[in-house]
Design a protein around this ligand. Structure first.
Ligand SMILES: *Cc1c(COP(=O)(O)O)cnc(C)c1O
Length: 399
């Protein structure tokens, strides 16, 4: 892989025709060290946010030892990439065959569930000659509100309060370690999302009167995007720590979290070229079927920056983007603020695509090709989060 010092250096040296994914290993490492050092418990990386083996190795080297996987494909990928990693199968609806292969072939002991049927499935799939396994860590997923999050996860998974007691009692019988988990939704904009969900955890523990060994607060930790500037992550950790300490659980109980976005959003951005301009619409060479799926489908706004030698003196104005395919859906409304004189042939860096961006790329219409280059400049979150630069500069975090 090539290495360059900045997006500008790359654009001027190579004038790339295809979109180029710019990778910033230093940013992923910094995010991982932040969680490893500051989260008051164990941090599992949620692999679906970006399953790149290069990224998995960076996170591992930075001290992330546990991985939240949701499919057999992810189990196999992480096991092959990081043989020493501990895998936790945290999808509440799994194929019985997938559970069996994960347990017997890959040594996966940790599974989540939200129904008695799924519990039966896990017990059957991990039994040997009809004898149930005795080394399972079972995490019961509670349904919690997604009110504070930009992307809801409230309707698909999670046991309802009325079903929790029998489920926890049955899971207690079948497990070595019993846990509770939830997911507040992605890009949770307020720490109180976790405080409120921990209230549901407390209610469940009190009602079922079982011993709980693990509390897993899931993902949802936010990153910085235009118009979405959340409080510092320390404020989230503080609320989680305080509510965990107040739970009626044993002194040795463990606290886990499953960040996806927060560990990898800054890891990658994409350098695109403007092929045509029509008023305030820019036709660029990546889009809805590439790394900009969320920009097209749920109106996510990413930071953008004109990458041109000498820059531009003109004021900024709002633009929308069309992607390269022949499909009308390949449209990103933004608005994306760029200098008013952007023209065909210019390069634009679209930032914060390390999570749910590069992972979504397809080959539709022949446009799936991308080059990947490592750069060592700062990710575009630094435009939105002055604190990031301070953190880097003050060396609070060992790089
Ligand atoms: C997607 C997901 C995560 C990661 O969520 P982020 O919002 O990216 O932090 C964590 N846990 C589970 C169960 C998930 O489905």
């Amino acid at each position: 892989m090539f290495k360059h010092h900045s997006a500008l250096g790359l654009a001027t040296a190579l004038r790339p025709v295809q979109p180029v994914t710019l990778l910033r290993p230093h940013a992923a490492k910094r995010a991982a060290r932040f969680f490893v050092e500051k989260f008051p418990g164990k941090s599992l990386y949620a692999v679906k946010a970006n399953p790149s083996p290069d990224l998995l190795k960076i996170l591992w080297d930075a001290g992330v030892t546990h991985y939240d996987v949701a499919s057999l494909g992810e189990v196999r990928l992480v096991a092959a990439t990081l043989p020493g990693a501990t895998l936790c199968f945290m999808h509440p609806v799994k194929a019985e065959e997938a559970i069996a292969e994960a347990y017997f072939t890959y040594g996966v002991k940790t599974f989540s569930l939200d129904t008695l049927e799924e519990l039966d499935k896990i017990v059957r799939a991990t039994s040997t000659d009809g004898v149930p396994a005795t080394d399972l860590n079972l995490l019961v997923r509670l349904r919690v509100s997604s009110d504070h999050s930009k992307l809801s996860l409230a309707s698909k998974f999670g046991a309802e309060p009325g079903d929790i007691k029998p489920l926890l009692m049955a899971a207690r019988q079948a497990s070595d370690a019993l846990g509770l988990c939830f997911h507040v939704g992605s890009q949770a904009m307020s720490p109180s999302a976790y405080g409120e969900a921990m209230g549901r955890v407390r209610d469940a523990i009190v009602e079922a009167a079982v011993t709980v060994d693990i509390v897993d607060v899931g993902g949802g930790f936010p990153s910085w995007y235009p118009g979405m500037e959340p409080p510092a992550l320390e404020a989230y950790f503080e609320v989680i720590h305080r509510s965990f300490e107040a739970l009626p659980i044993s002194y040795s109980a463990e606290l886990w979290c499953e960040p996806g976005r927060a560990l990898c959003a800054e890891y990658a951005s994409v350098l695109v070229r403007v092929e045509k301009r029509r008023g305030s619409e820019l036709y660029i060479n990546d889009g809805a079927y590439g790394a900009l799926f969320d920009a097209a489908h749920i109106g996510w706004r990413y930071p953008v920056k004109l990458i041109r030698e000498g820059g531009s003196d003109t004021r900024e104005m709002p633009f929308s983007f069309y992607g390269p395919t022949c499909d009308d859906l390949d449209h990103m409304a933004g608005p994306f603020e760029l200098p008013a004189d952007v023209q065909a042939g210019d390069y634009i860096e679209v930032g914060m695509l390390g999570a749910y961006g590069c992972a979504m790329r397809t080959g539709f219409n022949g446009f799936g090709v991308e080059d990947r280059v490592i750069v060592d400049d700062e990710p575009m979150a630094s435009l939105y989060a002055p604190h990031l630069e301070r953190v880097a500069a003050s060396n609070v975090i060992t790089l």
